[in-house]
Design a protein. Sequence first.
Length: 725
Amino acid sequence: MPKISGKLFYIYLFLFVQGFYSQIFQAVLLREMLSRFAGTELVIVALLGPLLLWTAAGCVLGSLCAIKFRLKLESSAAFMLAASVIVAYASYFISAVFPVPSVGSFSLMLFLCVLLPLPFGIVNGIVYGVLSSFHRDGERPGSYSLDAAGAMLGGVLFSLLFADFVEPLRLLCFSGLFVLVSAFAASLLCIARKMFIRSIIAAAVVSAIAALSISLSDGDHFISFLRRGWGFERNIETADGRIEIIRPDAAETAGKSRELYFNGVFIGDCPPDENLPFPNAVFALMQVNKPSQKVLLFCSPFSALPKVFLGIPAVSELTLICQGQQAVLTAVSFGIIPRKREDFRIFIADPVSFIGKSLPEEYDLIYVDAPSPNTFAGNRLYTNEFYSAVSKALKPDGVFAGSFNSSAFFSGTVSSVFRNLAVNSGKDMIIVAGNGKNITSSLARLDGRTGRVLKRFLRFPEGLLSIIYSQRQIDSEMKKLVMSSGQSDINSIEKPYLPFLHFNLTSWISSLPGDAISHGPLLKALHFISESWLILIASMIAVYCCFRFIFSRKMGFRLMFCSFENGFYSMGIVAVLLFVYQCCCGGLYRDLPALLGVFIGGTALGAFVVQRISELARNFLMFFSIMAPVASYGFFEISPSSAAALIFSTLFICGISTGGAFSEFCGRSGASRIPVFWGLEMAGGAVGLCLLMLYLLPSGGFLPCLALLTLSRIHLLAGGKHGRV
């Protein structure tokens, strides 16, 4: 085993701790922004893209500064590591106290996601650029590998250990303490020669940072800053996002009930008002027209729907499906969910997985009070595949009921599975669907079923729907429903469009009646760009190939193009597989750091061992990296657990491939080119994220994105014999 010099040891130590802390900061900031923007997964793209660009800019800047100013290793690295911790604190503070609307806007999300990672990304890139400039030619692969290994450890530990047990700010502070101790320990070796002085300074630094961590770890002051008289009672982390329970504190808020927020969006009081969802529950039960009904309910554990259904005699058995064991236990402790009843069962499970395993023709009514479809997690319950599974679990005369904000967005998808539709009116509108003959929107017919369905029910006149709803408004909604059912797009897992419609990213794609695509030249141009995605992508590829052919005659430029393409492929495959994971399995909010950590760990392994493996193994990596994107399209057709395992494995092997490719490029160039290659790889990753997620995915779906990634990997083979991994 070769001996590691003291200088090389410092470089590897600094790179490892900086990689570890950068992944912790990235995971904390991603979860904070996801929880503040209604769980919208586009935050991942909007945050990672600028973070990569700022890191690339910082890397080039750090390399130039190290060469021009002849920086010393220990002092410059220690200063930059300390600066990275300080700017990480500042970024978190801004994200925590910046006022965000309850629903949020795409422009505000972009603004914050570009601004917040700027200082940390610049500093993080400078650290890598400065440290890599001290390498000799034979030590080049180690810098990339050690930085990635630290990032892998940070991501995996965050998901498996820190995420559910440590507050975000406390985690940032204590992991920052680890970074600062490493930085100051190295600097003390140069500044203080006596062991006693070193120990005193180190103890002072550790005590100061520990005191700062403990004093700042309480997040209660954040909510007090944003809303006077309120404070946190409890935060609950679930697979889909963060539930916040806010309590009234001051005299001006005395007498008010607790408030519930899910991913920054107000979802109701705690305990909830049972009168609000009661009309919708009765409307759905009337459609079944049976005195004894078996009901399957998908909703939040803090919803009043379970108590409402259990209070109606027509419900003989109720099964509640929800996620988050801590959320369920909290709801039971607050008395929102009954503890034990013979006619009531609770399953903590993923809704899509549960409905797929249900017995055929088992339920009379399946009621979905799902989260908003502006996220890929919520969109899973609004797809053609989910409705098909629901139809199999319903009895022949069974009824599906779902809560919708606008019938126009869902009518085409629902009507592709169910023949008969009906809708009520009001703010909390539901659509009922089924293949039986009992489905109706006539309030007179529904009131005529009161004696049969609501037998022994004492809450009248609330049970008479004609008192609650307006037949005129229902007829208006039904007319809109019929008009749009044949024209709206089919929302599916392979081509989701509802999350993008929420931000008007694909409002020009929708062909709903009254859509604005005919108003103004800008929307017409956007409509053309979206509809002509295949032509535009082919043109981009052709232009890029021409530039590559002209400028890559010299080996240095060719390797620069290859680094850009390697970054495009690496972040492209990561982003697409993350979204595939969310569509197939859910739980990306919980598993995101682990998924990123596994990929980064693969890059670390690839950068270190790819030159030491056999030719057969390298050919396998090359073939796998080319075929992995298109083969990933089959993940939609298998069970969620199998898809999760395959996605983790694919990310790890693709990481080995991209890390090995970067190591090959560095091995064929001088040491001064390493920051340039790394910066180009970051830039290619940012381009891949934005192009695939913000344009190609909403326009063409997952398959074109995966096919483009395959082409980019084949194109990388033009780098030469050694650029093929």
